[in-house]
Each structure stands twice: as structure tokens, then as C-alpha cells.
Design a protein around this ligand. Sequence first.
Ligand SMILES: Nc1ncnc2c1ncn2[C@@H]1O[C@H](COP(=O)(O)OP(=O)(O)OP(=O)(O)O)[C@@H](O)[C@H]1O
Length: 263
Amino acid sequence: MEFDDAALGYGGTPVITGVSGAVGTCEALALVGPNGSGKTTLLRALVGMVNIVSGSVRVVGAQPGHAPRGSIAYVPQNSDLDPTFPVTALDVVLMGTYPRLGLGRRPGRTERARCREALNAVGLDSMTSKRFGSLSGGQQQRVLLARAIASAPKLVLLDEPFNGLDQPNREALLRILTDLKEGGTAVVVSTHDLVLAYDVCEQVALLAGRQIAFGPREQVLVPEYIEQAFGAVSVPQLLTSDSRGLQRDSNRSPAAHPSGTMA
Ligand SMILES: Nc1ncnc2c1ncn2[C@@H]1O[C@H](COP(=O)(O)OP(=O)(O)OP(=O)(O)O)[C@@H](O)[C@H]1O
């Protein structure tokens, strides 16, 4: 995945500018920034849902919207499914296999087994036959994540996946993301949570309607850039929310370019 001075927007006017950076396979990228900073817009750009006003974006070796079928799985912030729709959790996960099967082919025994494995991976094997609409918000998002895993993508995009999750579910999701990376899948996660971003993602793009910095986490998640994105008042609070990597690395001098060019 590569961005070269990309400006992204919904019409001709960009809502985020100056995005430059690259992410390899088996790596995770965190999109971090305050409300309205452009995190969801950048995710949508990767699946061809918003305009690339200038610059360029390449994803899975193609222009956004032209990647091979089934190679990218997008897990939106809110379910894109009508909760009154009478489908089970397994039915929803099976939908993840349709793009690779192609038109007119129905999932068979192999696909059903893969989907059950995916539900197992997100800890919902006991919910297979439950109606999707009857599940909690957090459970619904895990079903959507299982749908993404079942599609065996090269890239998974997750919009605020940690929102509203309790501690056990956060830990389960962290494990799933690590497994995805180890299995060769690149991951992009949007989040407000700097500590989670640091824990899960090797690369970070810090956004505030423009790119503040894009590069290795220890070079991007430093006070200077965090302050530019979130404002001065926020920095001490954000940095003291955890004393692990962020605290330690925040004392190092920043090396990532604000322009976002990776070393
Ligand atoms: N469909 C749309 N049409 C026009 N402008 C939009 C649309 N969706 C979002 N925007 C604008 O784009 C900007 C970035 O929004 P975006 O949803 O990408 O931010 P975000 O960082 O994901 O925010 P949040 O953390 O609140 O989810 C905002 O100014 C928003 O108003």
C-alpha cells in the first residue's frame, strides 16, 4: 500500500491532504487523529469509495477500486446490515466468501467450515445460529470481523474496532490482529487510542485534516506530532494513559518527517 502526496475528498475539495507513506505485507498501519481528522476517509479511499483529488494511492498492487476481487476486506464502524434482516451470524460470515466464489456459485462445505473457523477465531462459535440483529454491538462487529477473515483477504481495513469493547474482547481482538499479520495479511486500523496504536501497529499515520506524520510508530507517536494533531492540552493526558512504549519513546527526538516521507 503506497500513498504519494494524496489529497482525498468527497467531491473536488479534499478533506485530507499530503498523505505520503508505505505499508508492507505482514504490517499494520494505525490511522490516528481526533474526530473529523480524516481516518474514515482514508480507509474509504483504499476501497475506492472517495475521490483521490490529487497525488496517488496504490493498494494491493492496483488503484483503489481495482484490486483483485476479495483481496481487501473492510469492516466499517457500524454494521452495514439491517438488524431486522433475518440472517444468522453464520450467514453473515458466509457473505465474506461470495466475492471469491464469483457470481452464481454458492458456498459449499469448505466455505462453511472456513466460516465456522472464523467465528471460532473471534470467540463466537457458540453464536453461529443466533440471529445477527439479536447480538450486541460488540458481538456484531466481531461477526463482521469474522466475515472479513473468512474472505482470506490480503488487506483488512478496520474502522474504530476497539470502540465499546470490554477488556477481554480488546485482548481477543489484539490477538486476532496479530494472527492476521503473522498469516501475511496487512492491516489498517483507525483509532483514537494512541496506546493501542502503538501496541498493534508498526506504522502510524497521524492525521488532522492533513498528514502530520506517517512512518514507524516510535518516530510518529512523539509529543511534537501528537500536539500538532490533538492540541497541547491533550498531550500529557494521552501520554500518561500508559507507561509502556509511548512513555518511553516519547522522550526520544522525533525522526519522522512531518511531510510523511518514510525513511
Ligand atoms: N460523505 C461525506 N461527504 C462530505 N464530507 C464528508 C463525508 N464524510 C465525512 N466528511 C467530512 O470529512 C472530514 C473527515 O471525516 P472522517 O469521517 O474521515 O473523520 P474521522 O477522523 O474518521 O472522524 P471520527 O473520529 O469522528 O470518526 C470531516 O470534516 C467530515 O465532515
